[in-house]
Design a protein around this ligand. Structure first.
Ligand code: SAM
Length: 255
């Protein structure tokens, strides 16, 4: 399948992990806290949708033996399998895949839902969340905060360098907004110290807090917590990333 984005870090998963190591397991730790706060017992099964390198789900495998990850990109799934053979990994498009079973917890991190660009893509993705959950299942997701990005959070140009072992590369990212379509468009150029280069391209849907709430409720979930920070503290939603915790309702149950 042709993907509508290109990212050097997805072609080279070891670079993704080196760049975002989460040495203190920030995301799994947030999940563990949510499990303690909102589940009567530890989860018996966890599904990580758009799991990337499998960084989070393989760490959560310590808390739950039945762990599954799904991602669109074969290179990432191959890498994820090599790192954690005990986790079940599958290729799949978050809009359409069906594993024909449900999980106590469904995760979707790293702003992956923002790859669902159209309203139809989003509806389909939330239908996938619902198809893999049962009454009482938790859904935990994060995404860049559209409300902050359209304010002070927007940067037209960013630049940096990564060093991973012998690999060094300088990158420049240029961002623009398509306000009509609610999209952030990013082009990134990599210059390698060895002389090569690479070009990345992606578009992210901008989602706003009330849109997310509507999507969650329409898919049959009730919102348990909604924050603009990983500490899950009440704030003013000016933070760059939002974190949403929801629970699947039973048929006919009021939110
Ligand atoms: C920034 S990465 C996040 C990976 C991981 N969740 C994490 O937080 O480290 C976004 C991921 O979304 C995946 N992705 C994008 N579109 C997808 C789709 N339609 N279905 C499944 N995965 C998708 C990409 O392949 C990539 O692994």
């Amino acid at each position: 399948m042709e993907t509508p984005f290109q990212n050097l870090l997805y072609d080279r998963p070891e670079l993704y992990e080196a760049l975002y190591p989460e040495e203190n397991e920030e995301t799994p730790e947030m999940c563990r806290r949510v499990f303690r706060d909102y589940l009567a017992q530890p989860p018996r099964s966890i599904l990580d949708i758009a799991c990337g390198t499998g960084r989070d789900i393989r760490r959560l495998r310590r808390d739950c033996t039945d762990c599954t990850g799904v991602d669109l990109l074969p290179a990432l799934i191959d890498y994820a399998r090599s790192q954690a053979p005990e986790v079940s990994f599958h290729f799949g498009d978050m809009r359409t895949f069906r594993l024909d079973r449900t999980f106590d917890v469904v995760l979707c991190f790293g702003s992956a839902i923002l790859y669902a660009l159209s309203n139809e893509d989003l509806n389909q993705t939330f239908a996938t969340f619902a198809a893999h959950s049962h009454p009482g299942s938790l859904l935990i997701l994060d995404c860049r905060n559209g409300a902050a990005l359209l304010g002070d959070g927007f940067r037209a140009r960013m630049e940096g360098e990564i060093r991973v072992g012998d690999f060094t590369a300088h990158w420049i990212a240029e961002q623009s907004l398509n306000r009509r379509k609610q999209r952030l468009i990013r082009k990134r150029t990599w210059q390698f110290s060895t002389g090569g280069s690479a070009e990345d391209f992606c578009e992210y849907r901008l989602l706003f807090p009330l849109e997310l709430e509507r999507l969650i409720r329409s898919a049959g979930f009730r919102i348990l917590g909604f924050f603009d920070n990983m500490k899950l503290r009440e704030s003013d939603f000016s933070g760059p990333t939002v974190y949403l915790i929801a629970q699947r309702m039973a048929e006919g149950e009021a939110a």
